[in-house]
Design a protein. Structure first.
Length: 170
């Protein structure tokens, strides 16, 4: 599933409205940042400066909140988010090998976005699919019982599906 928020232009009046909606209350900073991230897929630097101006909270403090909480991102996601499970079952069944095998295929290691902005790879604590360990999720689709070879095949098949979907739209 493609992420439509990855390259959305920042609408500063919309940021102002989010701040106003939360009464420009510094105590509601997390809610403000969550709403901004929901709209853009990340918290843009321009938004941090605008929120600072609207709330009187120093931009450095807002940046501190964004970097403290793992839920927030400072860079946009790639078109496709890949989550690699590192829960106990996945870890014991080779999650590190899956991550190592996936990186050259998509052009990004865990915590990175590929240069072409197609993929963001995230390390997650658990996907809740322990019986399928090791697992990854691409968007909302789960792939389990992976090996280094099978994860490469999964990505080739995913690419074929994406190409077919793009072709059918044109």
């Amino acid at each position: 599933m493609s992420n439509p928020n990855t390259r959305k232009k920042i609408n500063l009046p919309a940021i102002d409205e989010i701040v106003r909606k939360h009464s420009a209350n510094p105590g509601s900073m997390i809610a403000v940042l969550q709403e901004i991230q929901e709209q853009y897929g990340y918290v843009p630097a321009e938004a941090i400066l605008r929120v600072s101006k609207g709330t009187g909270v120093p931009a450095a403090d807002i940046y501190g909140i964004v970097t403290f909480y793992a839920q927030f991102r400072l860079i946009p996601l790639g078109d496709h988010l890949i989550r690699i499970c590192h829960g106990t079952a996945c870890h014991l069944n080779g999650a590190e090998l899956i991550a190592e095998s996936l990186a050259p295929v998509v052009g990004a290691k865990e915590g990175e976005t590929s240069a072409d902005k197609r993929y963001t790879v995230e390390r997650v604590a658990c996907l809740g699919c322990c019986s399928l360990a090791p697992t990854i999720m691409i968007g909302n689709e789960t792939y389990g019982r992976l090996t280094p070879d099978s994860v490469r095949k999964v990505m080739k098949e995913f690419e074929k599906q994406q190409a077919a979907a793009a072709e059918s739209k044109s």
